[in-house]
Design a protein around this ligand. Structure first.
Ligand code: KIV
Length: 445
């Protein structure tokens, strides 16, 4: 098999705290269980969430946002369970928390994804609005993890502050500052802050509030394009401006969180990484509020395919677990993946036109920029060819050979024309159809 991409995973550092790290290492923050679950109808059971969290850990996700504990008792319990089972497999940190001691480590560890040894222990994160009740609940749930994180947010755009919060700028800054400090005072050493609707917020105000929360102890600053309103150049510039103008920014990680309302979430996320963000928030299959969130598989595979062009960026994701994660989320959330979805759609590695099939048979790199095995797709259909009305003789012959028929010359020609007439009537020609065509030919008088 030809691999067209470079395997960066082996370069993953052995420990990825926020403050000491390879500047090219990009953390993947998965919010399938929080933003993803906010998709209409996507509610999942605790057992399903735990299964997904385990799969995300296998995938090598650095941070799992496991839920919004203040939203319901059930969500709190689910986040707590994930913190214990996935965030602390050795039981070590939970006991320390129970004994009233909290370690000063910030960030997750490498595991299966990076070096093939041990169990990967991701950071477990809980979402909280900027109020004490939410933060208490988030801490109650995540504190059992070896690497717990509280993610707190408040809106900073004019429209949100005026109509939703009914608060002045000064009040919003004070709330953000005091609540980040409160989260730290509970013993949580890893606190993420998001200025909600940053994509439509005034720049100078963002620099001010972000500078204040850094002083209060925030370790990650997440910049959400909450309504998916930015376009790539604009979002990249926003990240670059924040990086250049926020006091103390060099001590924290900048993160992106891009919604997909204009279909630009993956592009915006990548532009954010190019401009200096080193944590990218995304979801499996791109599920999330309204039109969804940046899709983890698209973001990760783009970095894998084009990491050098992006200045040597790489992630710690073991991409071979992508397909399994996608199927699991599809089944549990009930949100079906469209056939032409990039990376994980049923047609992502299917080749139907005659010209493409001919090229593929000569060299797979003619029409595939990554190999299906890279994402954990081991197809029973070895050639990856889907026969249809545009397929040529070469593809038909190869497919028949795969099915055990070595047919040439006039016999192949006759079958080819019969195949064409069937293909005019049927959208997809199955292996059974082909076997029937060959049998007809062979047994005709
Ligand atoms: O879209 C958004 O702004 C969010 C924040 C809570 C990060 O989901």
């Amino acid at each position: 098999k030809q691999l067209t991409t470079t395997l960066y995973a082996s370069r993953r550092p052995s420990y990825v705290p926020n403050h000491i790290s390879d500047p090219n290492y990009v953390r993947i923050f998965d919010t399938t269980l929080r933003d993803g679950e906010q998709s209409p109808g996507a509610t999942m059971t605790t057992k399903e969430k735990l299964d997904i969290a385990r799969q995300l850990a296998k995938l090598g996700v650095d941070i799992i946002e496991a839920g919004f504990p203040a939203s319901s008792e059930a969500d709190l319990e689910a986040v707590k369970l994930i913190a214990i089972e996935v965030g602390n497999p050795s039981g070590e940190m939970g006991q320390k928390v129970l004994a009233g001691k909290v370690a000063g480590e910030v960030g997750g560890e490498v595991g299966l994804a990076g070096n093939g040894e041990g169990v990967h222990v991701p950071v477990i994160c809980g979402l909280a609005r900027c109020n004490k009740n939410d933060i208490d609940k988030a801490w109650e749930a995540v504190k059992y993890a070896k690497y717990p994180r509280i993610h707190t947010f408040i809106a900073t755009s004019e429209i949100h502050m005026q109509y939703k919060l009914k608060m002045s700028k000064e009040q919003v800054v004070e709330k953000a500052r005091s609540m980040v400090a409160y989260a730290r005072s509970l013993g949580c050493n890893d606190v993420e802050f998001s200025p909600e609707d940053a994509g439509r917020s005034e720049r100078e105000f963002l620099y001010e509030i972000l500078g204040e929360v850094i002083k209060a102890g925030a370790t990650t600053l997440n910049i959400p394009d909450t309504v998916g309103y930015n376009w790539p150049r604009e979002f990249g510039q926003l990240i670059a401006d924040i990086k250049a103008n926020t006091p103390g920014i060099e001590n924290v990680i900048i993160s992106t969180h891009c919604q997909n309302d204009l279909g630009l979430s993956t592009a915006n996320t990548l532009e954010g990484a190019y401009s200096g963000a080193r944590q990218l928030e995304c979801t499996i299959n791109g599920i999330g509020e309204r039109a969804g969130n940046a899709s983890l598989e698209e973001v990760v595979m783009t970095i894998k395919c084009k990491g050098e062009l992006l200045g040597g960026l790489y992630t710690g994701i073991n991409t071979r677990h992508i397909v399994m994660a996608s199927k699991m989320v599809e089944e549990y959330s009930g949100l079906m993946v469209q056939p032409h979805k990039a990376i994980v759609g049923a047609n992502a590695f299917a080749h139907e036109s005659g010209i493409h099939q001919d090229g593929m048979l000569k060299n797979r790199n003619t029409y595939e920029i990554m190999s299906p095995e890279d994402i954990g797709l081991f197809r029973s259909n070895e050639s990856g060819l889907t026969l249809g009305k545009l397929s040529g003789r070469h593809a038909l012959k190869s497919k028949l050979f795969e099915l055990g028929y070595d047919i040439d010359g006039k016999e192949l020609n006759d079958i080819f024309w019969r195949f064409k007439s069937v293909a005019e009537m049927k959208k997809v020609i199955t292996d059974d159809d082909l076997v029937a065509l060959v049998s007809d030919e062979v047994f005709q008088p």
